[in-house]
Write a protein that binds this ligand. Sequence first.
Ligand SMILES: NC(=O)c1ccc[n+]([C@@H]2O[C@H](COP(=O)([O-])OP(=O)(O)OC[C@H]3O[C@@H](n4cnc5c(N)ncnc54)[C@H](O)[C@@H]3O)[C@@H](O)[C@H]2O)c1
Length: 276
Amino acid sequence: MAVLLENQTAIITGAGRGIGAATAKLFASQGARVVVSDLDAAPAEEVVAAIKADGGEAIAHAGDVTDPAFPEAVVKAAIDAFGKLNILVNNAGYTWDGMLHKMSDKQFMAMLEVHNMAPFRLARAAAPHMRDAAKAERGAGQSPEPRCIINVSSVAGLNGNVGQINYSTAKSGIAGMTKTIAKEWGAFGIRCNAVAFGMIETRLTQDQEAGEKITRAGEEVRLGIPGHMKGMINMLIPLGRAGTPEDAAGAILLLASPYASYITGHVLEVTGGLQA
Ligand SMILES: NC(=O)c1ccc[n+]([C@@H]2O[C@H](COP(=O)([O-])OP(=O)(O)OC[C@H]3O[C@@H](n4cnc5c(N)ncnc54)[C@H](O)[C@@H]3O)[C@@H](O)[C@H]2O)c1
């Protein structure tokens, strides 16, 4: 049976859990060789084991996307293992919520680091294997390989969100970055799109009372949203439910697939119809 990403290599950041993990598994099932990268090595290894158990190809690469040395290292890992790079999914992220009047500079900057600086540095590190490789193929009269970047944004970046001045600012920045990459690299046949998710059931949206945390800049950051708010949000979603990580992964595959060959510079809202 024909698969959508045959003979392509993908780097997916934040692929140890949630949307990234589901995307890594879906990409592998569609023939991609996947670099499963995450801050946490153990869940990344588990995703790789699941992909291999299903007959796919993947390697794990642990690291912090905000480390300035990370982008070169993960791109090198992809090239060393698989010889080329076709798809970069900038998905790694988290929330560090607080009301504007109480938010520290550190808390604000942390969101710009993970959601803006890291995707920018990753695209720059990928340039020799995406932009320059495509340019060389064109120069040699060959049709370039399929290549694209998909950045993960949020409806908070499009509409704003109470308690997320840092996150919504950063996720909004992703739209500008996506459109700029699309304009700079379109000449080489490289597409760049973003997906703005609404409410997807992951660690980020589980009940805050469950107590999941991420340690950042020496501080424990509480993840999740207050349980009583989730019911209210679900009532505003026309499809009547939050999305699953698999729903989210489907949208990312759609943009990576040949069916999106003429889509670039687009921010796709994947929200179950939520307009808030
Ligand atoms: N879940 C939602 O409703 C929702 C909505 C809109 C956007 N998003 C975005 O989707 C992306 C994935 O989030 P998710 O919901 O799957 O959450 P998740 O917590 O389940 O997964 C995120 C993964 O990113 C990793 N990560 C976080 N910071 C990292 C860093 N500095 N370096 C490397 N890896 C890092 C985490 O370890 C984790 O495995 C994020 O960018 C998030 O902002 C999620």
